[in-house]
Design a protein around this ligand. Structure first.
Ligand SMILES: Cc1ncc(COP(=O)(O)O)c(C=O)c1O
Length: 284
């Protein structure tokens, strides 16, 4: 990585400096997005930019750049970097102000964007991963894609320490989402995922899958399900921008179904790949 988006321009990473009183640095006062790049094209960019602005509005933060300007900066960065497969990290923090909890008025935020390397996680998608179940100790505004991610970080690290890939979170036995993913179960042929309310991030991949399920007459419901239902589901999988659709075959050491990626999960993976290809070109 050498070039970055920094406050309205593309610049060399070395030229970018963030002040110690930037509220993103001090308070975690900011929002972010991660966009997948396939064949040099951003996937579902409009949806990501919309959510970026929605997250900002939910914390009373005005982004001092238009959606069009941010989009053009992203294309300029992609042009400069010339990467085929990557993830774009985009962050906007509230900006620099003398330390005080009260939201300052009339300051410009700090915009940063750069590309992270990362191939599609093909092996995980094919073989599935294991997960742990953990208490959801986060705040009650999980619909905001906030850069304050301590609850998520602690849960993910607990999963990795246990030799797993993801922590599936629950509040009073109701499964909410993963530490950085949305969680789905398949029960008697029906797809089930938590409703998009304040307890989860309404994932762009989640939204894409709902569109796919609708188009293909695959039954789905957005409703809560319990940890017990999770453990007894026919199939479990996670979705996210970077992981796409990954089967979860073992939870807390217990096999889900026969312990192999399920047929409906595999079908969704195929359909999702087709929708990426329709927007970004063939994936090899
Ligand atoms: C907590 C959480 N839930 C769900 C998701 C999946 O969202 P998306 O599909 O937009 O990547 C993420 C992605 O980072 C996340 O952090």
């Amino acid at each position: 990585m050498s070039f970055i988006i920094f406050n309205g321009d593309i610049t060399d990473r070395q030229n970018a400096k963030v002040d110690i009183e930037d509220r993103g640095y001090q308070f975690g006062d900011g929002i972010y997005e991660v966009v997948r790049i396939y064949n040099g094209h951003p996937f579902a960019l409009t949806a990501h930019i919309e959510r970026f602005f929605e997250s900002a509005a939910k914390i009373q933060m005005d982004i001092s750049y238009s959606k069009e300007k941010i989009e053009s900066l992203i294309y300029a960065l992609l042009d400069k970097e010339g990467k085929s497969t990557a993830s774009l990290y985009l962050q906007y923090s509230r900006g620099i102000s003398v330390r005080n909890h009260v939201i300052p008025k009339n300051i410009n935020g700090t915009l940063v964007g750069y590309l992270l390397d990362g191939e599609r996680p093909v092996a995980l998608m094919e073989n599935g991963v294991s997960a742990i179940i953990a208490a959801d100790t986060r705040w009650l505004h999980c619909d905001i894609k906030s850069i304050s991610l301590l609850g998520n970080i602690l849960a993910k690290s607990k999963a990795v320490e246990a030799g797993c890939t993801e922590a599936i979170l629950h509040r009073d036995q109701i499964v909410t989402e993963g530490s950085s993913t949305n969680i789905w179960i398949v029960q008697d042929g029906e797809l089930i995922t938590h409703p998009a309310n304040n307890l989860i991030l309404n994932g762009i991949t989640r939204q894409q899958l709902i569109m796919i399920a609708t188009q293909h007459d695959m039954p789905y419901t957005e409703k809560s399900f319990t940890v017990t239902e999770l453990l007894h589901a026919d199939e479990v999988f996670l979705t996210s921008t970077t992981l796409e659709i990954v089967p979860i075959t073992i939870i807390d050491g217990k096999k889900i179904g026969n312990g192999k990626p399920g047929a409906i999960t595999k079908e969704l993976q195929k359909l999702f790949t087709l929708s990426i290809e329709a927007e970004c070109g063939l994936l090899v």
